[in-house]
Design a protein around this ligand. Sequence first.
Ligand code: AGP
Length: 363
Amino acid sequence: EQAGKGGYDHFMLKEINEQPTSLAQAVEGRIDPENGRITLEDLGPGTFAGIETVQLVACGTSYHAALYGSIALNRAGIRTTAVLANEYSISAPPVDDGTLVIAVTQSGETADTLSALRQAKLEGARTLTVTNVVGSTAARVATDALFIRAGPEIGVAATKTFSSQAIMLVLLARRIAADTQSDPPENGEALLAELAGMPDRTEDVLATSDAERIARRYHDSRSYFFIGRGLGFPVALEGALKFKEITYEHAEGFASGELKHGPLALVTPETPVFAVFTGEEDEKTLKNASEAQTRGAPVVAVCPAGHEALEIADGHLEIPETNSTLAGLFANVQLQLVSYHAASLLDRPIDKPRNLAKSVTVE
Ligand code: AGP
């Protein structure tokens, strides 16, 4: 087992550090350098013709990636909802042959997700899975499969697979738009250049992160809040899930604007707030973070250097200046590192948290 950790103390840290490679593998060969079109192996041009709506079904971290993807799809002009797979049997929006149901699942074996996928198929939807495991049940049940190529993930806490799923869904949004719209959004050169530069910039985030120092400063707090807006919201949810999973401390993620609608009552000097800034309506997120700070909460800003949030922030986790579609993924790397270091300081069994399994094969 030690050999498999490649010199790291835990699989989780190894897998966090593998993201420059796993992200490169997710994108490799999928963007035509000539024209910026998204090519998805045997899903040739026109595969998604006739698709009117998309439903993403998933659980846990994969659900957060699905939420990320649903925002990207909606922004590409495709009507999309993300549904928790374990709610699907009683809460699913209606489907027909113009509906594409995408099961997002690292393992391809999550019972809740498989059950939603099977139900959607039975009801006449077209189906696709975005998964990490070739030959998994999801890949066999869904009509089509797209593999995120992240490599094996051993740590129970999903890390590199979240970012690969999210990137895959960003690519897929562009591709479905190209297949279904007469005037799809341009594959802006800027976005494509940013995608190409992601592995190196992730490497920089990993090499220069201040997450250990931040974790050291705050790891004996009472509760931890994560806030973000737009694509920063699923990142906040994921930051909180990771934190509670491996530290056993209470953590919650909120849409930044929701803080004032209730959760603010919980805020004290003992509840650090990690605020994710993705470059969209940052001034509103900053106002929300300031409201928490006024009640005594330390604010850790996850934002680029020179950002206005740093005028008030008590701590800083730096992300590169980038397109808002990708900023959240850099922020997510920083939050993964905070969770990891906090759990390490608390001496938790990081790779195998109590009560959890890597793949949940019962409903
Ligand atoms: C995340 O750290 C957990 N391991 C869990 O939430 C996981 O994402 C969920 O059980 C779904 O698993 P899947 O991606 O294999 O379907």
